[in-house]
Ligand binder design. Structure first.
Ligand SMILES: Cc1ncc(COP(=O)(O)O)c(C=O)c1O
Length: 352
């Protein structure tokens, strides 16, 4: 079976195998070595002040950022253009006062569209999704985050389906809170949330009297990490072995090459999808580097079924406004051109 959904993504065998290592206790020097290894490497990739790897899905990671960074009495601008931005907004509403601004399906956020909102708001925090997975839209996050940061806001970016295939440097962006999930770009099985924090975010979190969570209180994670390189609660150790291997693969390829490969493969998929007569959902200039979303000819479910049954290829539908009619092909992680060609060749054959 060829898995081309936008997460969980295809997991290469060398990453999968790491999970079968003999179990160790998380209160051991071996675990400290493993956890320190992946945390310190993540910090370097992100250019963050601190990083943590929590056991739980990406949503938990995003919730962790929001509840640690945004205070209940504050206001948070939430820029949404799809289901994942909506989920970010819903989460923000639980922990702070969310001011939600939406764009239609397929449209992307850039500074031109966000500037007035930022200028006119007295919010302390801004949150948005880098890559709106549901519609394959890459928001121009850098210019928005940078601007909001210059205006004195704390900034949170859901990079769950963006990283590492889309450029990101926390310092350059002015980003205070980063999150991705192990089952996306890192190409591991689901179950880990990878977090990055800026210096300002760390200071704010440390100075808070009360953080409304026990498991997700990053002060607990910091305390334990600084004590002995461990986690306050029992982590998914097997997944951490897998993540270490995933980082080895990133290092051997080089981050710049990882990004170049994603950009080029996404361009290739779009070219072939359009060549086959389909219409892209993302507006021009906002196309995702990791997932291509397009409109079917009213036969999305049938195409997915036939791809799976006749060709052994799994792709997924879209979300929200295109839940019925949209299709998505992901090139996230270690998906190869050959896998994509198999899918695109098959799609051309059965598209009517
Ligand atoms: C942009 C984005 N945010 C959040 C999520 C939710 O992540 P998880 O399912 O790991 O909780 C996803 C998953 O597809 C996503 O693509």
């Amino acid at each position: 079976m060829i898995l081309l959904g936008p997460g969980p993504v295809y997991v290469p065998e060398e990453i999968r195998k790491e999970q079968t290592k003999e179990m160790i206790t998380h209160r051991s020097p071996e675990f400290s070595e493993l956890y320190r290894n992946i945390v310190e490497r993540l910090k370097t990739y992100l250019n963050s002040k601190e990083s943590y790897i929590l056991t739980g899905s990406g949503t938990m990671g995003l919730e962790t950022l929001i509840l640690n960074i945004a205070k209940p009495e504050e206001k948070m601008i939430c820029l949404t253009n799809g289901v994942f931005g909506d989920k970010l907004s819903k989460t923000a509403k639980i922990y702070t006062n969310a001011e939600v601004h939406s764009l239609d399906a397929g449209k992307g956020w850039n500074l031109e569209r966000a500037k007035k909102i930022i200028d006119e708001s007295n919010a302390q925090v801004l949150g948005m999704v880098y890559n709106e997975t549901g519609y394959g839209v890459r928001n121009h996050a850098k210019e928005i985050i940078k601007y909001a940061k210059e205006k004195g806001m704390f900034t949170i970016l859901d990079c769950i389906s963006a990283w590492p295939g889309t450029p990101l440097d926390m310092k350059e962006f002015g980003l205070d809170g980063f999150v991705t999930g192990s089952q996306k770009g890192p190409s591991c099985p689901p179950g880990l949330a990878l977090l990055g924090l800026s210096d300002e975010a760390v200071q704010r979190i440390n100075s808070r009297d009360r953080i409304p969570s026990f498991y997700c209180d990053l002060r607990e994670h910091k305390k334990r990490y600084e004590k002995d390189g461990q986690t306050p609660f029992t982590p998914a150790i097997s997944l951490m072995w897998a993540l270490k291997k995933s980082f080895d693969l990133i290092d051997s390829e080089g981050m710049e090459n990882v990004r170049k490969r994603h950009k080029e493969l996404s361009e290739y998929v779009r070219k072939r999808v359009v060549g086959a007569g389909f219409e892209l959902i993302a507006e021009p200039e906002f196309e995702s580097y990791t997932v291509t979303a397009f409109k079917s000819n009213g036969n999305a479910k049938e195409l997915r079924k036939r791809l799976k049954e006749e060709f052994g290829i799994v792709i997924v539908g879209c979300k929200g406004a295109y839940a019925e009619n949209g299709l998505r092909i992901s090139n996230m992680g270690h998906v190869t051109k050959e896998m994509l060609d198999n899918c695109l060749d098959a799609l051309e054959k059965i598209k009517e």
